[in-house]
Design a protein around this ligand. Structure first.
Ligand code: HGY
Ligand code: MN
Ligand code: MN
Length: 592
């Protein structure tokens, strides 16, 4: 019989603790202390109350909780003295049928880990989808986490314990995150498409208009049709556009979406989550045979990352009339122009201007996106309300000095291009740090045709500078560009510098931020407001219509632009439910 929130709210303290037996391994004190938060408003509220009980416990109590857990494939499993929950979990992960080598490896890792941290390695082996991690992934995670700092690893152990508890609570309440599972599985299905040269390495890279990129567009379009959109089409820049018509003819539409291209060796969820979450909403509306009073337009933007070509936010830019025809002559690393790539993909340049949307036909733009940072995961919060998207400016440049013999050129007679760029990097790093909330990154650095015994005559580099507002961004950029000039003069080298992108900071529209806040609060999830350090398609739509974003926690420290990027089915479930509430609340607003 499934447990209910009402039962938990009306039970005596002892009964409530008994009802939550087994959620936190051998640690009933956590349930007991969480009861101070009763009446629980929802399962997410209960989960957060339990997390808070641990967060506010003493370090000794937290260590006691961690040490109450069995080792993975450890002695307790061998002696069959695991709790029922742990037995089930280690079973699902295949840990009960390790090969002798795997078993020995895990034993060694257990010993090393205990010796370094003084507590057992904790991993939610049922994983982000709840169906169990593969043994290979468990062992890789074990080895990776062995190198963490002890303080970080204590936090990671507790976060995994909370994930274990979350899955156990889903079981107790018979609350499988079915919508989150659908969204999670859509990502998995899409991630099979990757550019040549990356598939062999098991890496995900989908750049503008490659065959993998086009396969993604076709897949998203097919999934949109299957979900019940009234119309689905791939537009003249490769955006996948699905519309679910409203009940009121001619009513303004709500626009949403995000990008499906990726960075090189990227993660599965960056961008894509913002396509699949609203798709799940449409799927539910279709299943319930419901119509909203407004049309709902979901766009999978074709290009946001600027990887194959320098142009960025190309997909969302086309919707606001910002497609720059000069981009067509940009060449990729193989010398293929964007014009040729588009022709290969059957896209007609003359059809691009018509993509521009009339903002008066839209209510606004909302976007769901993974946070791509550590804030929500360290606060143990599944969702965050975005207050503003940082402004950014990007450059590509090159310092030109003089290649010369590494052995015979005295240190005071060199024109070393790489040393000049190295000095620039260190300047940018300390200059951004001085602001506290600015960031500066040199993500690409190359000595073309360099040799080990030649002083670098050329050094190519990129610059990515960001800040919460445009004034701060511009002050940072001016200082970095001035420093480049100064360094080159002092070193008698010269440089080229091309600005490739400038995106204004995009504060959330208050009324749309409030709509996200109302939805998240209704779920019983604490409200947490935060800026976005990452750029998003919302900052392009921001230029023509009101927008606001919802962030979803990333696990593995919220790492992103990295194959470790990960999000759980439960958090995706909450994102879908928040979006459904935003839609339902919007549908009741009189002045649509
Ligand atoms: O770089 C960014 O902020 C985004 O991922 N394009
Ligand atoms: Mn990205
Ligand atoms: Mn993104």
């Amino acid at each position: 019989m499934a447990l209910t929130i009402d039962q938990l709210n009306t039970a005596s303290a002892d009964e409530a603790v008994a009802l939550l037996e087994g959620v936190y391994e051998h640690s009933p004190w956590i349930a007991a202390r969480s009861l101070v938060s009763r009446p629980f408003r929802s399962l997410p509220h209960l989960k957060h109350a339990l997390v808070q009980a641990v967060t506010h416990a003493s370090r000794a109590e937290q260590l006691g909780l961690i040490r109450a857990h069995p080792e993975l494939a450890g002695k307790a499993m061998v002696s069959k003295s695991l709790t029922a929950e742990s037995t089930n979990e280690q079973n699902k992960a295949g840990l009960t049928d390790c090969t002798p080598e795997e078993f020995a490896k895990i034993q060694q890792l257990n010993a090393d880990y205990n010796a370094k941290f003084g507590f057992p390695f904790i991993l939610a082996v049922r994983g982000p989808r709840g169906t169990g991690l593969a043994k290979r992934e468990i062992i890789d995670t074990f080895e990776r986490r062995l190198h963490h700092h002890p303080d970080f690893e204590l936090g990671e152990a507790l976060r995994n314990i909370h994930r274990i508890a979350e899955i156990r609570l889903d079981d107790k309440f018979d609350a499988a995150p079915s919508l989150g599972n659908e969204v999670w599985d859509w990502h998995e299905k899409l991630s099979v498409h990757t550019d040549p040269g990356y598939a062999e390495k098991g890496q995900l890279t989908v750049t503008y208009l490659t065959d993998a990129h086009r396969a993604c567009a076709a897949q998203i379009a097919a999934d949109m049709r299957e979900a019940g959109f009234d119309s689905v089409q791939i537009d003249a820049v490769g955006n996948v556009v699905g519309r679910y018509e409203g009940a009121t003819p001619g009513a303004r539409a709500l626009l949403t979406g995000s990008h499906y291209d990726t960075v090189r060796n990227g993660g599965k969820y960056d961008g894509r989550l913002g396509i699949f979450v609203p798709m799940a909403c449409v799927r539910e509306l279709k299943r319930q045979n419901r119509r909203l009073p407004f049309a709902f337009e979901v766009v999978g933007f074709a290009e946001e990352e600027g990887q194959r070509y320098k142009a960025t936010f190309l997909g969302s830019g086309a919707l606001i009339g910002h497609f720059d025809d000069r981009w067509l002559d940009q060449k990729d690393a193989d010398g293929i122009t964007m014009r040729e790539a588009r022709r290969h993909a059957g896209l007609k340049d003359e059809d691009i201007p018509a993509l521009q949307r009339d903002p008066s036909k839209y209510l606004g733009f909302v976007e769901v996106h993974i946070e791509q940072g550590p804030v929500l995961t360290e606060l143990d919060l599944p969702l965050g309300i975005v207050t503003s998207i940082n402004g950014s400016v990007r450059y590509v440049g090159e310092v030109i000095g003089m290649a010369s013999h590494a052995g015979t050129t005295p240190m005071d007679r060199r024109r070393d291009a790489a040393a000049a760029v190295a000095e620039l990097i260190l300047f940018a790093e300390q200059r951004a740090a001085k602001d506290g909330d600015s960031v500066a990154t040199v993500g690409m650095l190359e000595v073309p045709n360099g040799s080990i015994n030649v002083v670098p005559g050329r050094c190519k580099f990129s610059l990515d500078l960001r800040a919460p507002n445009n004034e701060q961004r511009d002050a940072l950029a001016n200082d970095v560009v001035a420093a480049l000039k100064d360094i080159c003069e002092r070193r008698s080298v010269r440089h080229t510098l091309e600005e490739t992108m400038r995106a204004a900071a995009a504060p959330s529209a208050p009324e749309w931020q409030r709509r996200w806040e109302q939805a998240v609060d209704t779920l019983g999830v604490p409200l947490f407001r935060m800026p976005s350090g990452a750029g998003h398609d919302a900052m392009k739509l921001h230029e023509v219509m009101p927008q606001a974003m919802l962030f979803v926690r990333g696990i593995n420290s919220g790492i992103s632009h990295n194959p470790l990027e990960s999000s759980t089915n439960d958090d995706m479930q909450l994102a879908v439910q928040a979006f459904q509430l935003l839609l339902d609340n919007l549908a009741t607003e009189p002045a649509l």
